[in-house]
Design a protein around this ligand. Structure first.
Ligand code: GLY
Length: 365
């Protein structure tokens, strides 16, 4: 299978995303030239290192690229905190870096966000490469330059926009991903259809189960489709002053659920986004904006792909969830900014949603 490419067009900060089986091998010639004479530090999720470390490092050495000894970071959302960030900075600084040093993030969204934020801040900004190994990171978090860590006050509240110089989405990594992690990433894939691409949602209803079951052609096509959509949005609105906010569909609810769950793995990010997406559509129905049948269709698709659709079973306190939502960085002047929908493929940014309506949906969900 040959690889496809997408360019994220950001002027002098533009970069290529390579997608497919063997994408890492396909990217080695570019890396050989881009990394020549520079200190390159691979920073690898410890689970990914156990599964793929040797193979990945051999690809680089076979291409004549001399990498530093890898730095390992813990798996899971809990690793995205100040303590881990500090440990990572110390380890990288202890290697004696300079402004030409390149960090290579190899792992899921947590690793990418953590390493990207380290790259954004070390020496006031050095280059980094994303080699995402989860579906969620390949279709969303590795592209677009959002980096950051969580705090006790909420998710991603400390961070920076800092674009990678390359993203390499090798779908071979997905073969060792747990079905649960794969489904969690799939929830973010569905998001692209729901925002403004109803044909893609139709396609996922038809092909999603086979894609999740392992069909490599479907995976490569769908990942390319999502990355291309994301690249268009990021090129139009890098710093999220406008339409990029649509990519946060389900995230304000989802981040509150994750904060309540305590980043323990009880609820993965993509699972929280799935429940949050259902809540966003339920709220849209409640406000008379969206046909109820569309919300039912999404719920049915999530159930068919084994994604969670309600928060009830987790026993969260609705008032606490609402309080978390008020701290979300998308809240402006105490008013919640939410992504609502006029139907599947018809999402928009709503700035004036009454807290009572949000609470009613959270209580019901
Ligand atoms: N994950 C949403 C964004 O990158 O804007």
């Amino acid at each position: 299978m040959s690889c496809s490419t997408v360019t994220v067009g950001l002027g002098t900060q533009s970069y290529q995303v390579t997608i497919g089986a063997g994408a890492l091998q396909a990217d080695i010639p570019w890396m050989t030239s881009a990394l020549a004479g520079r200190r390159c530090i691979p920073i690898i999720d410890e689970t990914v290192f156990a599964l793929h470390g040797e193979t990945v490092l051999r690809r680089f050495s076979d291409g004549g690229i001399l990498l530093d000894r890898p730095v390992l970071v813990p798996s899971g959302e809990r690793a995205k905190d100040f303590a881990e960030f500090g440990r990572l900075l110390d380890q990288v600084l202890s290697r004696g870096i300079d402004r030409r040093t390149v960090l290579i993030a190899i792992g899921g969204g947590v690793t990418g966000d953590l390493v990207g934020f380290a790259a954004a801040t070390l020496l006031r900004g050095i280059d980094f490469i994303q080699i995402p190994t989860t579906l969620l990171a390949q279709i969303d978090s590795s592209v677009g330059g959002k980096t950051g860590i969580n705090t006790a006050f909420g998710k991603n509240l400390v961070g920076a926009f800092h674009q990678p110089i390359r993203v390499c989405c090798d779908i071979g990594f997905l073969d060792t991903l747990s079905p649960r992690d794969l489904r969690a990433g799939y929830a973010e894939m569905v998001k692209y259809g729901l925002i403004d691409d109803p044909d893609f949602f139709d396609w996922l209803e038809k092909n999603g189960p086979a894609l999740l079951a392992g069909n490599a052609d479907l995976r490569a096509d769908a990942i390319h489709h999502c990355v291309a959509a994301k690249a268009r949005v990021v090129a139009a609105d890098e710093k999220e002053t406008g339409p990029r906010a649509l990519l946060n569909l389900g995230h304000t609810f989802g981040h509150a659920l994750e904060a309540e769950a305590g980043y323990t793995g009880t609820l993965l990010h993509g699972e929280a986004v799935a429940i949050g997406t259902i809540m966003a559509f339920d709220l849209s129905v409640r406000l008379g904006l969206c046909p109820a049948a569309d919300a039912v269709r999404i719920r049915q698709h999530f159930l068919a792909t084994d994604l969670p659709v309600d928060a009830k079973s987790f026993g969260f306190d609705p008032a606490r969830l609402l309080a978390h939502m008020g701290k979300d960085k998308k809240a402006v002047g105490g008013t919640l900014v939410l992504i609502l929908a006029r139907g599947i493929g018809g999402c928009f940014i709503a700035r004036d949603v009454a807290a009572d309506d949000v609470l009613a949906v959270v209580q019901a969900g």
